[in-house]
Design a protein around this ligand. Sequence first.
Ligand code: SF4
Length: 340
Amino acid sequence: MNLFMPKQAFFEKDTLAYPLGQKLHQTMTANNIPIKILGPGNRIGNYFGNTSFEKYIEAKKSLVVGVRKNLKLTTCKPSADWEFPLASSCPGGCQYCYLQTHLGKRPFVKVYVNIDEILNKIKTIADENVPQITSFEAASTSDPLASEHLTGSLAQTITFFGTLTHGRMRVVSKFNNIDSLLNLPHNQHTRFRFSLNTPKIIKELEYNTPQLPARIKAASQMAQAGYPLGFIIAPLFIYSDYQTDYRQLFETLAQTLEPIPADLTFELITHRFTKAAKNVILERFPDTPLELDETKRGRKYGKYGLVKYIYPKEEYQELRETISSLVSTFFPQATISYFT
Ligand code: SF4
């Protein structure tokens, strides 16, 4: 699929003082992308269409270049000790994406230019925790690979982690433009995971993302380049033929992944939603095939008492047994890091 090139770009004024801000400005200019320099307060205003769907689609075609002001990191369980942002949102349009609600009316693709400041903060945290190894998740607010051809931030960050004795990075992506990452001195300090799902789910719910074979090919190339590798199968959905489809997914993966690393990991996440997410999704995608019926779900209480609607106990258990058994059948040497 084509690499992301925005339809319009917004620059916070301060970003032009940073080399990455200048580089992005030059790239946008060279590609004749309309540019707006934001005024005080960095308000973007009503640039994004009329209906909720139009606003969402237009915003996803827009790039915002910003300076990350809040450098305080937050925890990121069960994936890592901490999470940090290189970007927020991505050009993909996955209907179930938790960023639909997390980013609310700001689903535009935003990249940060003060990468050195963000990396300094990471080094401080990792150094303070020596002799423990500290892990950092780079993809909890975005898919950073989706904008990598414009920024190069992920390559810089992988190289940086390669030099850290007690810091490790974790990245997850659905994208496949990994060529610029293959020859970096990563020192095996970055675990790259690819997010996979059945072809039916990719077709129906993961708009504007690469297809399954492209993701598996990228995963093989990253494993050949010596990166520790993993897969996130998420969200896991229950539907009429789900057992057949997930079996087929694992079969395809086992037949085409080359090599299969000895320390391969799987992270398995079942579908869940909140009331707020349901409202946003139905407003943006009124005809969504996503099943969002609270009466068919159990409840789980998240942070601040927030209710998440998860699969009921018996269905959850059956899903867990199905997927865990597929992992042990097709990848007996792999580890399931967590199932949630
Ligand atoms: S690729 Fe990831 S970050 Fe982007 S929309 Fe899909 S789930 Fe969200």
